[in-house]
Write a protein that binds this ligand. Structure first.
Ligand code: ADP
Length: 156
């Protein structure tokens, strides 16, 4: 059984995240979406809200959604995962992702980071831009699942 972790802030989950998840499910038997809690980071949605938004929008998929504290590698070991899935949009993602992947390999060389390239139509999409657009009352059609659109309307 090939288990992978798909970690992130998911503040909130977007259609870009979902697309990566759906494609990663073709490679792995089980994916655990891991919602991170970084100290000092200012989230719009708290951890439970982010977990619940993901659970609601992935009902059609065979995934588990959990939050984690501490290092990703520790969490992956605990879940018996052998891979970490990350998405790549543009060159600007690369530096940070490269550093993260090498750090995680240093911590546990058995856990492989696998990158899934964004679909062109989602290459502009990030949680931050969606939050900005929501604050400006823009329509979010095609950017986020409907439950997330509703949650953003309530917050903004
Ligand atoms: P983090 O704070 O860990 O970067 P995010 O929730 O922003 O968390 O992103 C989680 C992962 O999903 C990252 O690997 C990010 O590059 C990827 N990702 C985010 N948006 C997209 C998108 N539109 N297309 C492909 N990958 C994406």
């Amino acid at each position: 059984m090939k288990i992978a972790i798909y970690p992130g802030s998911f503040d909130p989950i977007t259609n870009g995240h979902l697309d990566v998840l759906e494609r990663a499910l073709k490679i792995f038997d089980k994916i655990i979406v891991a919602v991170g809690e970084q100290k000092g980071k200012n989230y719009m949605f708290n951890t439970d809200e982010r977990v619940n938004l993901i659970k609601e929008s992935t009902k059609h998929l065979e995934v588990e959604v959990k939050s984690f504290k501490g290092t990703l590698v520790n969490f992956a070991e605990q879940e018996q995962a052998t891979a970490i899935v990350r998405g790549l949009r543009a060159v600007s993602d690369f530096d940070h992702e490269f550093q993260l992947a090498l750090m995680n390999r240093k911590l546990n060389k058995e856990i492989e980071t696998v990158f899934i390239m964004t679909r062109g139509m989602y290459s502009y999409l990030s949680s931050s831009i969606v939050k900005e657009a929501a604050q400006l009352k823009a329509k979010l059609v095609g950017m986020v699942p409907t439950n997330v659109e509703d949650a953003l309307k309530e917050k903004c």
